[in-house]
Design a protein around this ligand. Sequence first.
Ligand SMILES: [Zn+2]
Length: 285
Amino acid sequence: MKTLPPPSFAPGVAIEVEPGLRRILAPNPGPMTLWGTNTYLVGNKEVALVDPGPDMEEHLTAILAALGPDERIAQIIVSHAHKDHLGLAERLKEATRAPILGWQAVDAPFRPDIALVDGQILQGPDWQLEVIHTPGHTDDQVCLGFRDTCLTADHVMGWSSSVIIPPRGDVADYITSLEKLAARPWRRLHSAHGDPMEDPAERLAYLIRHRIAREESIVKALRRRPMTLEALVSQLYATTPRTLHGAATRNVEAHLIHLLRTRRVSLDEASSCYETIHDELSSSG
Ligand SMILES: [Zn+2]
């Protein structure tokens, strides 16, 4: 979460970012979406669309205009059910008659036409995508392997770490999912927001370190004195603009849930203060 850098590509224009992979930026810039949502078109002729984007007329028009005269969208794949990814799915389905594919999470309101399975290979005449379930940002987040690149949606982004909102977001899952991607020799990562990442191993290692460091900073702050969630956020995000404190609060809350579960902190119900558990003190001085 930072102030927005100037966009390096324009909305509404299909750009070939890999042979057989086109990206179209939706016009929904903001503090959580950077320049907007990247929609991807995979293959030619029988195309898979990854992430419809927000429900905006201009974006629907741009997607349909990007298709050649002998091309059609055969599959609509949703990386996860946040509205800046899923919003346009139903209208795209109406326009193309293609089914909507996505992860069916337990008790989730989003019901894809076809539920994806981890490790599944989706294919068209000239493309293949490997489904990689990467819960963390949300429980229904999937990444898609495309040759030696990966479409990482909101799981891995170049401009910011992922916001993790409980209960569908989970810090432990997120770190495990980062490690899952890091085990593979990707050449480049294409995310749903911002530029491609040219050094996947470096980026993934950084994000894992960043999460662990954030968690340690919470434990360190609580070791000094018990604090409420709000007090912790004010202290840890003192230099972050107040408009982003809502997202920051949910990130810290996600860490606290993880710390409670792993018994590193406890919650005093009466004061709403979190505190470190005694073992923590003695083991880390
Ligand atoms: Zn999201």
